[in-house]
Design a binder for this molecule. Structure first.
Ligand code: SF4
Length: 186
């Protein structure tokens, strides 16, 4: 017969079949009803952690077309199912209500951020790129034809993968830049 003592985990641990307190002794009615989000997801998508150049594999669990959980991918030869604390928290990179989803702009000498629509921002970037390319253009250097611009340089970030860096190299070379660097190791 169950007594009030059975509601006390340490009593169940000392008197029941779970002396180490890692199973039935530690469970409550609430924990009995808990189902993991990985078990109830509609589908799983394999991806790569976006935070650093290690490129750990991730499994992204999706339910009703929303990300409900991100875990390490045991199939990844790089990370074998592991994620560091940043990678483990990357779900909030996508789902956090504080995520910035608009283009933000603070104009020269401005004191406040402004929202810009994407088209306007893209045109502003294109204008600046063209101007910097033109200002830094060199037809020749020390009497040799070089056809290059010293007005542009690219310093890739840790989250860029091989394919992105390949495309960036093509783009910047086509624009005449010669200072092109990246941090890709994946
Ligand atoms: S899980 Fe951590 S170590 Fe792995 S790629 Fe992401 S940030 Fe880098």
């Amino acid at each position: 017969m169950k007594t009030w003592l059975d509601a006390w985990p340490v009593f169940r641990q000392l008197t029941g079949p779970d002396p180490l307190g890692r199973g039935a002794a530690a469970r409550s009615k609430a924990t009995e009803g808990v189902v993991s989000r990985t078990a109830t997801a509609d589908r799983v998508v394999q991806s790569v952690c976006p935070y650093c150049a290690v490129g750990c594999g991730q499994r992204i669990y999706v339910k009703d077309e929303q990300i409900v959980q991100i875990e390490g991918d045991p199939d990844s030869p790089i990370s074998r199912g592991r994620l560091c604390p940043k990678g483990s928290a990357s779900k909030s990179l996508v789902t956090s209500p504080t995520r910035v989803t608009k283009v933000r702009y603070r104009r020269p000498y401005g004191t406040e951020w402004e929202d810009l629509d994407l088209d306007t921002a893209m045109h502003m970037i294109a204008d600046r790129v063209l101007e910097a390319r033109r200002k830094g253009w060199q037809d020749e250097n020390d009497g040799k034809r070089v056809n290059r611009t010293m007005g542009l340089a690219s310093l890739g970030g840790a989250t860029l993968d091989n394919e992105e860096n390949y495309l960036m190299k093509k783009l910047y070379s086509a624009m005449g830049a010669i200072q092109i660097e990246n941090q890709a190791r994946i």
